[in-house]
Write a protein that binds this ligand. Structure first.
Ligand code: CO
Length: 498
C-alpha cells in the first residue's frame, strides 16, 4: 500500500483552533515557502473563520492573503473550508452569491474546496460542488462526524456514495469535535474504501486525546491522507502535530517522509508567532480534556456554556443543562453539534431547564424543526414540530432551503455602488457576508472600529427567516445571549399565545 500523505493545517485550522484565528498574512509569509518545500499533499490556508477574522480584526483583504500565499507557496495545492450554502457565514445565501464566491475564489488561485453542511444535507452542498467542478478545481465533499443512534457507519457511507455521485473528487471525514475513536475511524475508512472509489482524507482534532490514535487506525484501514499541524499550533483543540505523527508511524510501511530539519525550522518560526499571539492563546485549548467524551459535546461549546450559564445566573445548573442536550438533539432529529447548530442546541437546552421542557422554543430551534437549515439526519419529534408549526403559524418545508431565496448578487452589487465601494465580484461577495467590515477595510477605517453586525439581506433576496407575524400575540419576552465562535449575539425569546 502506498504511503499515507499529510495535509498541513497550521495556516488555517491550527491558529483557528488555538489562537482565535488571529495569525496575520505577514506572520505566515516566512513559513509559506518552507511549507511549500515539504511535499505535503495540501496546505489548508483559507476559509472557515479566517475570512471573518481578516476583515474584522486584521484589517486584511482575505483574497489578497490567498494571492500572497499562492505566490509564496505555488507548488502545493491550497485548501479552503467552505460551509456549503452558508459560504463562510451562518445562514443560507442565494445560489448566485454562492456561485460568484466560488468563482472569485477559484480565480484567485484556490485549488481544493472542502465543502460541508452542518446537517450533512447534501442538497446544501450541490451548488458549491457544481461550481467547483465547473471551475475545474478539486471538490472534496465532507462528511461531518457525530454520534447518535442515526449516525451509523452505514449512514455515513451512504452519504459518501452520494458525494461520489455528485462528482466530488475526494471524500473528507470531518471530526470537528475530536470524538472519533480508533475503532470507528478504522471501520468507517474501511467501509468507505470498499464502497466508494475516491481518495479519503480524515480530519480530526486532538481535543480529547484521540486524534493521533484515530489517524493510526485510519492509516491501517487504508486512508489516503490525514491532516496535521505544527507545534505550538497543534495538539489540544488543534490537529495532531506532524513530528509526533511521524514518530507514531516509525516502522510503519505507510510512513511518509517529511524533512525533519525543515519541520524544526517551521516549529521555531511558529513558536515566535505563538508568542506574538499570546493574548489569544489559552491553556484550556492546549490541554487534552476528556469532558468532551463524557458529555459528547464539542470542547469549545462547553467553555462557552459555562460562561453563558453564569451570565444567566444558572451556574449551578450546568450538569442538568448538559444532560438536556441529548434530549434537544433527539427532538431536533439528532442534529450534529457544529457551528451554528451547537449554539442553538445549547441555548434550547438552557431554556428547557430554565422555563420547563419546550415551554419556550428559541427561533433558531424553531427554524431547525421547520427544515429551514435543511433536512435533519433523523425525524423531528412530531409533538415538537406540531407545537412549532402552531407557534409560528407556518408549515415545515421539505425543499432545499436556498430554493426559497431570490437571486441576490446584483442587489448586493447595487448596495456596493451606492456606498461608493468597488463592484467587482470579490468585493460584492465579501459585502454580502460582512458589509460593515468590507466597507471599513476599503474606506480605511481601522478594523477594530468596525462594529460586528449581521449582513443585511439584499433588497432582491427574501429573508431566510420570516419576521414574526404581527398577528401573533406575544405573552412574554426574554433576552438570551448566544455565543457563536466567540461573538456574542443577543436573542429575544418570545412566548406566544396559542
Ligand atoms: Co477542524
Amino acid at each position: 500500500m502506498k504511503p499515507v500523505t499529510f495535509n498541513n493545517t497550521v495556516l488555517r485550522d491550527g491558529h483557528q483552533s488555538l489562537a482565535a484565528t488571529r495569525m496575520s498574512t505577514a506572520q505566515m509569509l516566512h513559513a509559506a515557502p518552507i511549507l511549500d518545500e515539504m511535499g505535503f499533499s495540501g496546505l489548508e490556508t483559507w476559509g472557515g473563520a479566517t475570512i471573518d477574522s481578516c476583515l474584522r480584526y486584521l484589517n486584511e483583504n482575505p483574497f489578497d492573503r490567498l494571492r500572497a500565499l499562492k505566490k509564496a507557496a505555488p507548488k502545493t495545492p491550497q485548501i479552503m473550508l467552505l460551509r456549503g450554502q452558508n459560504i463562510v457565514q451562518y445562514t443560507s445565501f442565494p445560489d448566485d452569491v454562492v456561485e460568484a464566491f466560488v468563482r472569485a475564489d477559484a480565480a484567485a488561485g484556490q485549488d481544493v474546496f472542502r465543502i460541508f453542511d452542518a446537517l450533512n444535507d447534501t442538497r446544501n452542498l450541490k451548488t458549491c460542488i457544481d461550481t467547483v467542478l465547473d471551475c475545474k478545481k478539486h471538490a472534496r465533499g465532507e462528511i461531518c462526524y457525530t454520534t447518535s443512534p442515526v449516525h451509523t457507519v452505514e449512514a455515513f457511507v451512504k452519504m459518501g456514495i452520494e458525494l461520489e455521485k455528485m462528482g466530488c473528487h475526494s471524500i473528507g471525514i470531518k471530526d470537528m469535535s475530536g470524538i472519533m475513536t480508533p475503532k470507528i475511524a478504522y471501520d468507517l475508512v474501511k467501509e468507505l474504501k470498499r464502497k466508494v472509489g475516491l481518495p479519503i482524507t480524515l480530519h480530526t482534532h486532538d481535543t480529547a486525546g484521540l486524534g493521533a490514535a484515530a489517524y493510526l487506525a485510519a492509516i491501517e484501514a487504508g486512508v489516503d491522507t490525514v491532516e496535521t499541524s505544527i507545534v505550538p499550533f497543534a495538539n489540544g483543540t488543534g490537529q495532531p502535530d506532524t513530528v509526533r505523527m511521524l514518530a507514531l508511524l516509525e516502522g510503519n510501511p505507510r510512513r511518509p517522509d517529511y524533512d525533519p530539519a525543515k519541520l524544526q525550522e517551521l516549529r521555531l518560526h511558529f513558536e515566535e508567532v505563538y508568542q506574538q499571539l499570546s493574548k489569544f492563546t489559552s491553556p484550556a485549548n492546549e490541554r487534552v480534556d476528556s469532558d468532551i467524551l463524557v458529555f459528547q459535546v464539542p470542547g469549545g461549546m462547553l467553555s462557552n456554556f459555562r460562561n453563558q450559564l453564569a451570565e444567566q445566573g444558572m451556574a449551578d445548573k450546568f450538569d442538568e443543562v448538559v444532560r438536556e442536550i441529548p434530549v434537544v438533539r433527539e427532538a431536533l432529529g439528532w442534529i450534529p453539534l457544529v457551528t451554528p447548530t451547537s449554539q442553538i442546541v445549547g441555548t434550547q437546552a438552557m431554556m428547557n431547564i430554565k422555563f420547563g421542557r419546550w415551554k419556550m422554543i428559541c427561533q433558531p430551534a424553531q427554524d431547525i424543526a421547520l427544515g429551514k437549515y435543511g433536512k435533519p439526519p433523523g425525524p423531528i419529534n412530531p409533538e415538537i414540530l406540531a407545537l412549532v408549526e402552531k407557534q409560528t403559524n407556518s408549515k415545515a418545508i421539505t425543499t432545499r432551503p436556498a430554493d426559497l431565496l431570490q437571486p441576490g448578487l446584483e442587489g448586493y452589487r447595487q448596495q456596493c455602488a451606492d456606498k461608493g465601494l468597488p463592484t467587482d465580484d470579490e468585493t460584492v461577495v465579501l459585502f454580502a457576508m460582512f458589509p460593515q467590515q468590507i466597507e471599513a477595510l476599503v474606506k480605511g477605517t481601522p478594523a477594530a472600529e468596525a462594529k460586528p453586525a449581521p449582513a443585511k439581506p439584499a433588497p432582491a433576496a427574501a429573508p431566510l427567516v420570516p419576521p414574526p407575524s404581527a398577528a401573533t400575540h406575544v405573552l412574554s419576552r426574554h433576552q438570551m445571549v448566544l455565543s457563536i465562535d466567540g461573538k456574542r449575539h443577543e436573542v429575544t425569546v418570545e412566548k406566544m399565545a396559542n
